[in-house]
Design a protein around this ligand. Sequence first.
Ligand code: ZN
Ligand code: ZN
Length: 129
Amino acid sequence: MGINMLIGLIAAYFIYNDAKKLGQPFFTSLLWAVASIPMSIVIVPLYLLLGRKPNIDRQRKADPDIIDIEATVVEETTPCPMCGSKVQESFLVCPYCKHTLQLKCQSCGNEIERESKVCPYCQSQIDYK
Ligand SMILES: [Zn+2]
Ligand SMILES: [Zn+2]
């Protein structure tokens, strides 16, 4: 009996941590863990078979919006300050009028202020074109 209990506790610890890692709700993790203490031989295989997968599906069903938003994400556009064309925020240069939208350091790639003479991150000189 003592050894069964010990195995049960180890199984419970494993299941609880595993469920938490998978992002399952606290209550579900606890339920699996508690159930595995007296019946680890049954619950552990059951958990591995059923406890892990359906929860991932449930998460997807619970948040269909998140996936939809991710799939249809369109990058924000802003008007070019020079010519007014719609440009994506990640653009470095306006493709229509060649106006510099964002200045990035040539050596370290960090974004820097338009007026900077020296990169504040790596101290390299900024030469404007
Ligand atoms: Zn432009
Ligand atoms: Zn730099």
